[in-house]
Design a protein around this ligand. Structure first.
Ligand SMILES: Cc1ncc(COP(=O)(O)O)c(C=O)c1O
Length: 439
C-alpha cells in the first residue's frame, strides 16, 4: 500500500488520522507493517520527528504498536467496550487450560432451573410493582440481616459488587479525592478510580490483611475512603483476621474515612466473615457478592451500611436500573433457603478449599511455597512475569498477568492463577507453573 499517496495533511495529526482511517476501512489490516519513519518522512518531505509523532499518537490509542527492529505494526481492534485493565486481563490467545478468569467453576454453582421453576409458580403477580415500597424483597432482607456481620442501618441489593462500590464512591468521594486501596488489588477497581478522577493510595498486605502502619500513612496523606477485600483478597488470597480488623479499626478511629468492604467471594470463602463494621458500623459499607457462590449471571450483590450512604445509593439507582430484578431476588431467596441449593454452595466451598490445598501442596513439592490463602485465586511468585506468561502459553495454560493488579504501576513479580478451576492433572499443572516461574 502506498501510504504516502493517501496523506493530504502532513502534520503528525493528519498522518495519524490517515492511518486510523485506513485501518478502520480495512485497507490496513492487523499485523500489517507501517513504512519506517525514515522512508515515509522522505516520501512526504517532512521531518522524521513528524512521522514518529504520528506513530506515537497511534500507539497511545492502541491502533499500532512498535515491535522494535521489526517495525511498527497494526494491532487487532481492541474490545473497546472494556476498561483498560479489564482489557489487559481479557486479551490473549485461547488456551487448553484457562486459569486467567477469576470466575467460579460453573459445575459448582447451584442449579438455577429448579429455583426458577419454583419462583415462577410462587412469586406473587403483584410483586413486580412493589419496588416503590421497598427495593428489596422482604424475605431477602430478612435473610441478609440474619447473616450480616454487623447490624447495618440500611441494607439493599444491587447488580453486582462493582455497582455497589461505584455508587458508594460517587457518593462519598469527590473528584480528586484520595482512596486507599490494596496493593496488589482488583484491576477493575483501579479502572473505576481512574474514571471517577480519584487518586489511588496503595497499601500493601501481609498474611493478616492490610498493614496498619501503611493504612495510617494513607489516612494521614488525606485518603477519605478505604476499599478493602475482607476475605480471599483478589489476587493475594489473604483474609483479614479478627485481630487485624481490630487493629485497623483502631487506626481508622483516629480519622474520618469511610470504609468500603468488598466481600466478593461471599459464601465460597472458607474464612470467617470478619468486618470492620463491627467496630465502626456508621462508617462501613459492606458489600457481599453472590456472583462466585450462586452465579455471576444472577448479578446480585447485597450492600449494607449507614443510611446517609445507602439511601442516596438507592435513590440514585431509581434513576438508573431502578431496582434489582425482583424475579432474581426471589430466585436468590430460594437458593439461600432450599436445602439442596444450600448444600451445593457448601460443597463448592469445600471443593475450592480442597483444590487449592492440593495444588499448593503439589507446588511445594516442585519448590514453590505459597501461603494457604482462601478463595479461588492464587498469587504465584515468578522470577520474570513475561517469561512465565510465555512459558505457560507454550504449555497451553493461560493465567492472568500480574501487572494490572499493581496499584502503584511497578512491575509485577507474580501472576494470578484461578486454582478454583483446577480439577484434574493437578501435579502436571503445578509442575508447569513452577517451571514457568523459575529463573
Ligand atoms: C475483588 C472483586 N470485587 C468485585 C468483583 C465483582 O463482583 P460482582 O460480580 O459482584 O460485580 C470481583 C469479581 O471477581 C472481585 O474479584
Amino acid at each position: 500500500m502506498d501510504l504516502a499517496a493517501h496523506v493530504d495533511d502532513r502534520s503528525p495529526r493528519g498522518i495519524a488520522a490517515t492511518v486510523a482511517r485506513l485501518v478502520r476501512g480495512g485497507d490496513l489490516r492487523p499485523g500489517d507493517r507501517l513504512p519506517t519513519v525514515r522512508v515515509l518522512s522522505a516520501e512526504l518531505g517532512v521531518s522524521p520527528a513528524t512521522v514518529s509523532g504520528a506513530w506515537q499518537a497511534l500507539a497511545a490509542v492502541g491502533i499500532v504498536t512498535s515491535r522494535g527492529r521489526a517495525g511498527t505494526v497494526v494491532l487487532p481492534p481492541p474490545a473497546s467496550w472494556l476498561p483498560p485493565r479489564y482489557r489487559d486481563l481479557a486479551g490473549g490467545a485461547p488456551a487448553r487450560l484457562d486459569l486467567s478468569s477469576g470466575t467460579p467453576d460453573p459445575e459448582l454453582l447451584p442449579l438455577l432451573g429448579p429455583a426458577l421453576a419454583r419462583v415462577a409458580v410462587q412469586m406473587p403477580s403483584a410483586d413486580s410493582g412493589a419496588y416503590l415500597s421497598s427495593p428489596v424483597v422482604p424475605a431477602l432482607e430478612a435473610l441478609l440481616r440474619e447473616s450480616w456481620p454487623f447490624a447495618p442501618q440500611r441494607i439493599t441489593v444491587v447488580d453486582g459488587a462493582l455497582d455497589a462500590i461505584s455508587r458508594t464512591l460517587e457518593r462519598v468521594a469527590g473528584y480528586g479525592s484520595r482512596v486507599a486501596v490494596e496493593n496488589p488489588g482488583f484491576p477493575p477497581l483501579f479502572d473505576l478510580l481512574d474514571q471517577l478522577g480519584l487518586e489511588r493510595v496503595p497499601v500493601t498486605l501481609d498474611r493478616q490483611g492490610m498493614r496498619p502502619a501503611e493504612l495510617q500513612d494513607a489516612l494521614q496523606s488525606g485518603a477519605k475512603v478505604v476499599v478493602v477485600q475482607p476475605r480471599a483478597q483478589n489476587p493475594t488470597a489473604v483474609s483479614m483476621t479478627a485481630t487485624r480488623a481490630r487493629e485497623l479499626a483502631g487506626v481508622l478511629r483516629r480519622h474520618e474515612a469511610i470504609v468500603i468492604e468488598d466481600d466478593h467471594s461471599g459464601e465460597i470463602a472458607s474464612a470467617r466473615d470478619v468486618s470492620l463494621g463491627v467496630f465502626l458500623p456508621d462508617r462501613v459499607v459492606h458489600v457481599r457478592s453472590y456472583s462466585k457462590s450462586h452465579g455471576p449471571d444472577l448479578r446480585i450483590a447485597a450492600v449494607g451500611g449507614p443510611a446517609t450512604v445507602l439511601d442516596a445509593l438507592v435513590a440514585r439507582r431509581m434513576l438508573g436500573p431502578g431496582w434489582t430484578s425482583r424475579l432474581l431476588q426471589h430466585v436468590l431467596v430460594d437458593l439461600l433457603t432450599d436445602s439442596t441449593a444450600v448444600e451445593s454452595v457448601a460443597n463448592a466451598r469445600r471443593v475450592y478449599f480442597a483444590r487449592r490445598r492440593t495444588l499448593r501442596e503439589a507446588l511445594t513439592t516442585h519448590g514453590v511455597v505459597v501461603d494457604p490463602g482462601d478463595g479461588i485465586n492464587l498469587w504465584l511468585p515468578v522470577h520474570d512475569e513475561r517469561t512465565a506468561l510465555l512459558r505457560l502459553e507454550a504449555a497451553g495454560i493461560r493465567v492472568a498477568p500480574g501487572a494490572p493488579f499493581r496499584a502503584d504501576l511497578t512491575p509485577s513479580d507474580h501472576v494470578r492463577v484461578t486454582v478454583g478451576l483446577v480439577d484434574r492433572e493437578i501435579d502436571d499443572v503445578a509442575r508447569t507453573l513452577a517451571l514457568a516461574g523459575a529463573s
